[in-house]
Design a protein around this ligand. Structure first.
Ligand code: PEP
Ligand code: MG
Length: 541
């Protein structure tokens, strides 16, 4: 048995086999074959596996993100079976006596180039799909398939690093925990681990040889044990069972009010990253959604999500939450959340760069599409819209103008929508200092402590080297929160926290004493925070 240490992201135990994930490197070798029939058989087999994988992905997407978003996998299945595509592959293998991987890669390149040249936008977008299916086929052929969507059994995922766009593809029902060499505890991948309530350990000296071996993650100690001895395995299995019993106890708090012993109540909402997370929010007793990070809709696709696709996603969340508040944040990409099809230039300092509302106010077409979808979905539930990374009143005025334009457009086209509440995220020092003015223009504030800490302390939240001094308890951050609450209340609006700090139960009392009206936390923290609030008595000093 070997043990390794890292930094723990979520306190939980996981026991399972390791799946070592390597990003596919598609360096396809070109080699001569001497038996075409045999190569053809190999190709047909790979096709069958690829189709099974795609069917699996389709069913998963159908459950998690609905019919409209799942349809892409149906398109992929049709493409794998497309006659022209298959004829071309077969031709290269037969006429040039070349291997299947090479034939698929060449055909994939040619077809994708052909689609890219087309005038029709729909056909243009198919270029990426051909590339995608070709890569899938090559991965199957070369036995390097590490498709995150098709892990056969529940596993502990080990990887160098995981980008948010990769984590969204994972089959979350098969994920027991993850271990990475890189990443920081404030990254979005870490947030995802918390949303999914699975242990994750970062900064570990991972090894490829671990693949397939039994391992234990001790999320309390940040410890990974490879091939555990029997006694240790028994001890940790018992601990895991105890953990489960505790979880059941907490469940008794489901449906109870979030109120202190002396009668002060707050709203306790959940943060989600997609339609699939609503189930977890509800199971954990969230009273609403305080932050829906809508950028994950953009990250999990290879094209701009259409108005219809977005509408379906927002509508589903609103309907699932059945009248409870659903606060949807508009697109917040840039910095660590890069989306390839946005074709953003490389920046020296992306955290302070072209991101979030700055992109939306520049690419008004993208922004308007999202606002149209949000307003249309508002007719189906209790949606509020929130804007990220605000630094000035001027930005808010421009947003409101655009929102009014979109409403007029929708009205003219006969769409119905509700008058939604609008709020802003307070996550820059500028918005803290301007909060007295900003409060006059919006219906609520939600403090994004992850970025607020980063910008207040000038510490890159992605930089693992600075993890130990990234201190969200810093008095500068806490004073900022107090200032925002006071300015919000002075102007009659409510103030919440949706950054990770909201779930820090060592600060729950402080937040309540500051006057915070709402906390929005990862679903797995809802009940723990509720328990903390219910045990508080604010009548004593
Ligand atoms: C934050 O910055 O605190 C926040 C909630 O937004 P994100 O973590 O998505 O940047
Ligand atoms: Mg933020």
């Amino acid at each position: 048995m070997e043990q390794f240490k890292g930094k723990s992201i979520f306190h939980k135990i996981a026991i399972g086999k390791i799946f070592y994930y390597e990003k596919n490197q598609f360096t396809v070798k070109r080699s001569k074959i001497d038996n075409f029939e045999q190569e053809m058989e190999r190709f047909e087999k790979a096709k069958k596996i690829a189709l099974e994988q795609l069917q699996g992905l389709y069913e998963k997407a159908l459950k998690e993100v609905g019919e409209a978003n799942a349809a892409i996998f149906e398109v992929h299945m049709m493409m794998v079976e497309d006659d022209d595509y298959n004829d071309s592959i077969c031709n290269i293998m037969k006429e040039q006596q070349l291997n299947a991987e090479y034939a698929v890669a060449t055909t994939g390149d040619n077809f994708s180039e052909m689609f890219a040249q087309m005038d029709d936008d729909y056909m243009k977008a198919r270029a990426a799909d051909v590339k995608d299916i070709s890569e899938r086929l090559i991965a199957v052929l070369s036995g390097t398939s590490a498709d995150m969507g098709i892990m056969a059994e529940p596993v502990i995922l080990v990887a160098e690093d995981l980008a948010p766009s990769e984590t969204v593809q994972m089959d979350k029902s098969k994920l027991l925990g993850f271990i990475t060499r890189l990443g920081s505890s404030n990254s979005h991948t870490a947030i995802l681990a918390k949303t999914m309530s699975i242990p994750a350990i970062i900064g570990v000296d991972i090894q490829k040889e671990w693949n397939g071996k039994l391992a234990i993650i001790d999320g309390y100690k940040g410890l990974i044990t490879i091939e555990p001895e029997e006694d240790y395995l028994k001890e940790m299995t018992e601990k895991m069972e105890e953990e489960e019993r505790q979880k059941q106890l907490l469940k008794e708090l489901k449906g109870k009010e979030t109120v202190t012993l002396d009668g002060r109540s707050i709203h306790l909402y959940a943060n989600i990253g997609g339609v699939g997370d609503t189930a977890s929010a509800l199971q954990n007793g969230a009273e609403g959604i305080g932050l829906f990070r809508s950028e994950f809709l953009y990250l999990e696709q290879d094209h701009y999500p259409t108005e219809e696709e977005q509408f379906q996603a927002y509508k589903t969340v609103a309907e699932n939450m059945a009248g409870k508040k659903v606060i949807i944040r508009t697109l917040d990409i840039g910095a660590d959340k890069q989306v390839e099809y946005f074709n953003m230039e490389k920046e020296e300092n992306p955290a302070m760069g072209y991101r979030a509302i700055r992109i939306c106010l520049d690419r008004i077409d993208i922004f308007k599409t999202q606002l149209r979808a949000l307003l249309r979905a508002s007719a189906f539930g209790n949606i509020s819209i929130m804007f990220p990374m605000i630094i000035s009143v001027d930005e808010v005025m421009r947003i409101k103008e655009i929102l009014e334009d979109v409403k007029m457009e929708l009205k003219g086209q006969g769409f119905v929508y509700k008058e939604v509440e609008i709020g802003i995220m307070i996550e820059t020092p500028a918005s803290v200092f301007m909060s007295d003015e900003l409060a006059k223009e919006v219906d609520f504030f939600s403090i994004g402590t992850n970025d607020l800490t980063q910008y207040t302390l000038a510490i890159d939240r992605q930089n693992p080297k600075l993890d130990s001094i990234y201190d969200a308890h810093h008095p500068a951050v806490l004073r900022s929160i107090q200032m925002v609450v006071d300015n919000g209340h002075k102007n009659g609006i409510w103030v919440g926290i949706c950054g990770e700090l909201g779930a820090d139960t060592s600060l729950t009392e402080t937040f309540l004493r500051m006057g915070i009206d709402e906390l929005s936390v990862s679903p797995s923290f809802v009940l723990e925070v509720r328990k903390t609030v219910r045990d508080l008595d604010l009548s004593h000093n």
